[in-house]
Design a protein around this ligand. Structure first.
Ligand code: NAG
Length: 380
């Protein structure tokens, strides 16, 4: 009996030590990672959707609306630990600009998130520039929202016009599937949202921020929070997962992946880790353009990366889509529709390029012009 248990333990141990069999026999060439910012206060415009707007207003006051909170910094730091541990082989102990490229949207919570994460990616090595400070400066780059291809709601009129009407389309299947959740939420709000799936996503967004700030929902809603989260994921899919519009949301990002994957494959030096600090919208639409099984509403500091790997035995390049639901949790390997989990690189491109856009085409299709007045209020 003890021998048998010992044998079992040995098997479990050796599996843990040898890592997962999916990546066995491959070497990491490039990782292209998009993540959501950490926990934040609610957006000012959505405060009224809270189950307790007065208390939530008070809790938000020290930060302002839409800002990274203390819990958000901590979660971002955990994201950094994940990035360091999974991509350690790509990074020196000290920052080297040839190894990593980092870009954030020009939104305070995304910028604070990447700064917090970088503190964990590059912990002090003992060769500190300031012995009193356990911190190394590491730069990231950003682009004004008006020009950022990751903020289509601000600078892609074709998309923003269409999305407003997408929000209002009722979906009978959704209404039937989530009738209990919709009834509970309608009851809380005092008006019927059975035919307004987009409101579920907006409510979930406020609820998640109030819970993170230590303010629970009503007992009725707490009891079904997992269902609300699931319904919010499907709500996002209706609003943000529409195939006609996903190229506007994340098509240029996908094109950048091809660009840098091709550079790496050609053997030319390029940073082998690319990080984009962004929003739930970006994580979700990057999943959508890469045609993987979408993982619902992205949580705070969740991450989605495309890993370009080389199969050691054959020299072939493959793409492995990796999802981190939340820092501290296990990653999930996703599968591109019509491909193996380790998806042959050329096949990956063939399957997804319908969604890719170079920046010029994107601007043209979006109807972007220099004199466009960028309304940034949705990010504040
Ligand atoms: C930084 O990384 C590049 C590329 O790997 C390498 O050639 C260079 O020597 C590194 N610089 C330092 C200071 O380690």
């Amino acid at each position: 009996m003890f021998k048998f248990v010992g044998f079992l333990l040995l098997m479990i141990w050796s599996q843990a030590v040898c890592g997962d069999d999916v990546t066995d026999g491959t070497e990491l060439v490039l990782s292209f990672l998009v993540h959501r910012h950490g926990d934040r206060t609610p957006m000012g415009s959505s405060l009224a959707l809270s189950t307790d707007p007065v208390a939530l207003e008070e809790l938000s006051a020290p930060y302002g609306y839409g800002q990274l909170t203390l819990a958000g910094k901590k979660r971002a730091f955990e994201l950094g630990k994940f990035i360091r541990s999974r991509y350690d082989e790509l990074l020196s102990d000290n920052y080297n600009r040839s190894e990593v490229f980092i870009r954030s949207t020009d939104v305070t919570r995304a910028k604070m998130t990447i700064l917090s994460a970088l503190a964990a990616i590059y912990p002090p090595t003992g060769k500190n520039w300031n012995p009193d400070l356990a911190w190394e400066p590491v730069p990231y780059t950003t682009v004004p929202l008006k020009y950022d291809f990751n903020t289509a709601s601000v600078n892609c009129p074709t998309y923003s016009t269409a999305s407003t009407s997408l929000y209002l389309i009722p979906d009978p299947e959704y209404t039937a599937k989530y009738s209990d959740v919709l009834a509970a939420l309608s009851n809380q709000l005092g008006f019927d949202i059975s035919n307004l799936p987009v409101v579920v996503y907006a409510l979930y967004d406020v609820y998640a921020s109030q819970r993170s700030l230590g303010l629970p929902l009503t007992p009725e809603l707490e009891a079904i929070f997992d269902d609300i989260e699931e319904a919010a994921g499907d709500s996002m899919d209706l609003s943000f997962g529409n195939e006609a519009y996903i190229p506007y949301q994340a098509g240029v990002l996908l094109d950048e992946f091809y660009t840098y994957a091709n550079v790496a494959i050609s053997g030319v030096n390029t940073p082998r880790l690319r990080i984009y600090s962004a929003h739930d919208f970006n994580v979700f639409s990057f999943e959508a353009v890469t045609k993987v099984n979408k993982q619902g509403a992205p949580r705070y500091a969740s991450a989605y990366s495309l890993e370009l790997r080389r199969v050691t035995a054959t020299g072939k390049y493959v793409v492995l889509p990796v999802y981190l639901p939340s820092p501290g949790e296990d990653v999930v390997y996703l599968q591109v529709e019509g491909c193996d989990v380790l998806c042959d690189y050329d096949q990956f491109v063939a399957l997804t390029e319908v969604n890719a856009r170079d920046i010029d085409t994107w601007r043209e299709e979006c109807g972007f012009t220099e004199d466009l007045v960028a309304d940034e209020s949705s990010f504040e």
